[in-house]
Design a protein around this ligand. Structure first.
Ligand code: SF4
Ligand code: SF4
Length: 752
């Protein structure tokens, strides 16, 4: 399945960067293509993208408008492209629209247009003026630096800030890494991409003094970034850390995840990743066009298919490399050598090996608060991360670490479930065993796909339910859900498999993907097959248009999306009263309110919004009425999901903040005990006070007498709770430190 498209809308550029892979590298096809995309090509492209999303039931896809320089299309041309994409794709699935620009032409008119069509903008900047001027100049030699900075100033304005996607910086060891890092950070980007300049074995990157200059350069940035407490997401480092712990590799530069991306050129030609332009003239071309070929036909070609081959598609050297899971052989284009094609390690191999060694052990060796830890050995928090959580929101890296700890816990729970599968000959027992065999196979070949499904919060709830003693008769149906988990993982991985799935309430459940309604007469199991082409049940392909198929949908939440899971069979097992499938105006109400809540949080409580962005995967709509509350002890609800009351029954963003605070605290206590287990009262007081910390922050910045009043009451209660906890004698050493962090936050409000 293809989930990301790069749509080339203008093929020329107003800059003449000497490191540009479009004009200065091996591929010169830009000379043969139209300068600008035509209306008919845009309509064909949108149609192909939409039909593919519908056929595969995709919840979300991304389209990045690119060039050359896409802003050369002008406001009217851009509007036409955006209107076509929105009108064709929005009705089918969530469309994450982005644009990548050099920034030179960005102005208020364009920002307003991007706001209207919800387009997020990434900008290229190589660092401070000296670093940027080294390569990124106009054809007459003038600097582009002041133009880019003016564009970034525009994107930082409160009215456009939500459009700012981040910065892309091409690494040059001749630049001072710290000066570059500081210059990039000064632009307050939401994220940074540090890119190795495109090179191949035929045209290797410059290494004037030998050694590993790129790893050395990136290593210095990494050291500074770590000591700064990771103030911004840097995709290369985050990718390596994520891949090392079995998570997704967050991009195509490193890691073993399949690359599900295609490019559409201005002439409608389907192409592979742009970076291949560095290999040889015509390297990205497929010979197919949007007018004649659907996405599935392109994705099935050997070139794009090779990008989804994972470990098996790498050369022998990479397959036996000790850091292959982190490095993944580097960017595909960087492996090219005349004669052996792409079956080589990356031309950056020594740098990637050195960098993987630097980034991954550095993460593992991060110092931890040591006294009294009850944590999972493989997951610890640095004191800085721990303290950032204690102060309220927690920085995104701390929240991501909590999420990783949760994933490890889920893996352990699933392994325990798997170790106790019954060996009876019944259909459900058979489904559970086949599910386990498939899950193990996917985990071996595509661990990221398994991690994706296990990270879905309902998986942990399912596993803990299966382990609750005593195992009742109905538990066999629960155990057979392992087959649904395995099928979802195989679909994520695009791997072929066939197995029986259990029928629950007349439906097949594929966690995080959807439910196939078959009716009460369907029997106990149904045999399905899965592959990169999708799901087949009872001999029929399940498409997005199939009325039996209910997909798990995603909704916009400020500048990102969250799953809205109103289907999972195990979404309500932790004290929640989940609502049923949302339809019509109820679904529209949720969509609108979630988006509004996300935007308000980004505006009024940005630190909490960033924390939510790092940890929240799913929202579970609840029925009206009071929740049954959080049980003390046992498995708490996993970090990635919050249960929310229906819109209209209170402030959604306040409920979101509250629930996510509690989820973070629960996740933290799996690593570090904060209060003695008995008596239970201090634990409840701490949880309530921590939830109020976030709620108070929101009221603090909300204008009006009512908000002031609420803020005053909440902060007084937090003060009281802190005093009670401090006097209780129930706090562990970590608890003392944690409560001190909360006190510091409340203390800082003193003048408000
Ligand atoms: S701005 Fe981008 S497309 Fe234009 S010359 Fe520079 S690198 Fe190439
Ligand atoms: S470090 Fe080198 S050998 Fe190892 S996976 Fe990366 S490119 Fe391949």
């Amino acid at each position: 399945m293809v989930t990301e498209y790069v749509l080339k809308i203008h093929n020329r550029c107003d800059l003449a960067c000497d490191h540009c892979y479009v004009y200065e590298h091996a591929d010169q096809s830009w000379r043969r293509k139209p300068r600008a995309i035509g209306g008919a090509t845009v309509r064909w492209a949108a149609r192909r993208i939409a039909e593919h999303a519908a056929a595969h039931g995709l919840g979300e896809i991304r389209v990045v408008l690119h060039g050359g320089e896409p802003l050369l299309l002008g406001a009217a041309g851009l509007r036409e492209v955006l209107a076509v994409l929105r009108s064709r794709v929005d009705p089918v699935c969530r469309l994450d629209l982005r644009l990548h620009t050099n920034g030179v032409l960005l102005d208020e008119t364009l920002c307003a247009l991007f706001d209207e069509y919800a387009v997020r903008v990434g900008v290229s900047l190589d660092g401070d003026r000296a670093a940027n001027d080294r390569h990124r100049r106009f054809a007459d030699g003038r600097s582009s630096h002041p133009h880019v900075r003016r564009a970034l100033e525009l994107l930082r304005r409160p009215e456009y800030r939500h459009l700012y996607a981040g910065l892309l910086c091409t690494v040059d060891p001749a630049n001072d890494p710290i000066a570059v890092y500081e210059a990039l950070l000064a632009e307050s980007p939401p994220s940074l991409d540090l890119l190795l300049p495109h090179a191949t074995w035929d045209h290797p990157p410059p290494r004037p003094d030998g050694g590993t200059p790129y790893a050395d350069w990136l290593g210095r940035v990494h050291a500074r970034w770590t000591s700064d407490g990771r103030p911004v997401a840097i995709r290369l480092f985050d990718s390596m850390l994520s891949a090392a712990s079995g998570g997704p590799s967050l991009g195509e530069s490193v890691g073993l995840d399949p690359v599900n991306l295609l490019v559409i050129e201005t002439d409608g030609g389907w192409e592979q990743a742009d970076s291949l332009k560095t290999a040889f003239d015509g390297a990205p071309e497929t010979g197919l066009n949007v007018r004649t070929h659907a996405v599935d036909a392109v994705a099935a070609l050997p070139g794009p298919a090779a990008r989804r081959g994972g470990l098996a598609a790498l050369c022998e050297t990479c397959r036996s490399c000790e850091v292959v899971r982190v490095c993944g052989g580097g960017l595909y284009a960087h492996r090219y050598r005349t004669g052996s094609g792409f079956s080589n390690p990356s031309v950056y191999c020594p740098d990637l090996k050195a960098l993987a060694g630097l980034v991954v052990p550095a993460a593992k060796a991060a110092p931890t608060p040591d006294a009294g830890s009850t944590g999972t050995a493989a997951h610890t928090l640095s004191p800085a991360a721990f303290d950032s959580l204690a102060r309220g929101p927690g920085d995104p890296a701390a929240v991501a670490a909590l999420a990783q700890a949760g994933l490890s816990l889920t893996r352990a729970l699933v392994a325990r479930v798997a170790s106790g599968l019954p060996d009876g000959a019944g259909e459900l027992e058979q489904a559970a065993r086949e599910g386990l065999a498939l899950l193990s196979r996917v985990d071996l070949e595509r661990p990221a796909a398994v991690a994706e499904v296990l990270a879905h919060p309902c998986t942990a709830v399912w596993a803990s339910r299966c382990l609750r003693p005593p195992r009742a008769a109905c538990a066999t149906l629960d155990l057979a859900h392992l087959a649904g988990i395995a099928a979802s993982a195989a679909l994520h991985a695009g791997m072929e498999a066939e197995l029986p799935l259990p029928v629950r309430d007349g439906s097949l459940h594929l966690p995080a993907l959807g439910v196939l309604r078959l009716g009460r007469q369907a029997g106990r199991t149904i045999r399905v097959s899965v592959s990169s082409r999708g799901l087949y049940a009872a001999g029929r392909r399940v498409t997005g248009q199939d009325p039996r198929w209910l997909p798990v949908r995603s909704a916009r939440f400020g500048d990102r999306t969250v799953l809205v899971d109103d289907l999972d069979a195990f979404r309500g097992r932790s004290g929640w009263r989940p609502a049923g499938r949302l339809t019509g105006s109820r679904w529209e109400g949720w969509r609108t309110c979630l988006d509004g809540a996300g935007k308000r949080l980004e505006q009024d409580a940005p630190a909490y919004a960033r924390a939510l962005g790092a940890g929240l995967r799913a929202v579970v709509p609840l029925r009206p009425g009071p929740p049954r509350g959080h049980r003390a002890g046992g498995l708490r609800h996993p970090l990635g999901a919050v249960g929310l009351p229906p819109p209209g029954s209170g402030d959604l963003e306040v409920a979101l903040l509250r629930e996510f605070q509690i989820a973070k605290l629960d996740a933290l206590t799996t690593l570090h005990g904060l209060v003695e287990v008995t008596p239970q009262a201090p634990g409840r007081i701490l949880r309530e006070a921590y939830a109020r910390l976030a709620q108070a922050e929101l009221w603090r910045v909300t204008p009006g007498a009512d908000a002031r009043d609420r803020f005053g009451r909440l902060s007084a209660r937090i003060h009281e709770a802190i005093d009670v906890l401090t006097a209780s004698g129930s706090l562990t050493p970590h608890g003392v430190r944690f409560v001190a962090g909360m006190r510091a936050t409340v203390g800082a409000w003193a003048g408000d």
